[in-house]
Design a protein around this ligand. Structure first.
Ligand SMILES: [Zn+2]
Length: 259
């Protein structure tokens, strides 16, 4: 049976300014990019896709991230904390029943500790990798985000996973950026979205099938970019690249939901 999710919101979070060459092979020039999270309402639960950066970083970025805070030129205010963004929509953090973490990089794991009651889903290969990454990518992991969640209800995935077994919210395995990176397909009554996670970071990566220089596997990352495009085309889904500022400008965010 195919059903649909009821509403989808994009929640604003931190913003980074980095060299585009960090995000995509052959990229150049600075880009200021969003670090959003997404909230999806379904008759059987409230799903959070990614958790953003650590809330405390809105008051003490260097204390939380050290030099990384300066490297990414973090711009983050308390009203953008993931818990406050959820509360601004009239929900409580305890209403969240499912947390899907696209992958274990620090800008996706910072708020995980806020949802101890939720079921957690992640590409299974990402959990051990976060503790033992390749040296070139190690700066992107913060095990302090994972440590308080070790007793949570973790559901490491070995492949795709249909969250409510009705085709409405599907975690799609898109390895390459990290070993367990995932995207999320959300089917609404009037529209379907492919939320990329970090399968790609900017439009040119999608258009030209380009990896990120610090990806775990370039070959697998490009295979996943192709899979993302193919599945989106087959489902007539709008691709929403989480970190792409043009996508952020194009789609609804905050209180305005897609239905
Ligand atoms: Zn990432």
């Amino acid at each position: 049976m195919t059903s649909h999710a009821t509403r989808l919101w994009a929640l604003d979070g931190a913003w980074f300014t980095v060299d585009t060459g960090l995000l995509v092979v052959n990229g150049s020039g600075d880009v200021t990019l969003p670090v959003p999270t997404f909230l999806i309402e379904h008759p059987r639960g409230l799903v959070l896709f990614d958790t953003g950066v650590v809330p405390q970083a809105s008051v003490d970025p260097h204390g939380v991230y050290g030099e990384l805070a300066e490297h990414v030129n973090i711009d983050f205010t308390p009203d953008k904390q993931v818990d406050r963004q959820i509360e601004a929509l009239g929900f409580s953090t305890t209403d969240v029943t499912h947390v899907v973490v696209s992958h274990s990089h620090f800008d996706h794991t910072g708020g995980m500790y806020l949802f101890p009651q939720a079921k957690f889903f992640i590409g299974g290969a990402d959990l051990p990798y976060a503790y033992w990454p390749m040296p070139a990518a190690s700066v992107f992991f913060r095990t302090a985000d994972l440590d308080p969640t070790r007793g949570f209800d973790w559901n490491p995935l070995a492949g795709d996973h249909d969250l409510f077994a009705d085709g409405s919210v599907t975690v799609l395995s898109m390895p390459g950026h990290t070993p367990g990176n995932s995207s999320l397909m959300v089917r609404l009554a009037n529209r379907t979205f492919m939320l990329t996670g970090d399968t790609v970071h900017v439009r040119e990566a999608l258009d030209n099938e380009l990896p990120m220089p610090s990806d775990y596997s370039t070959k697998t990352a490009v295979d996943s970019v192709r899979r993302l495009a193919q599945l989106s085309a087959a489902d007539d889904a709008d691709i929403w690249i989480a970190h792409d500022p043009q996508d952020w400008a194009k789609f609804f965010k905050g209180a305005k939901a897609y239905e």
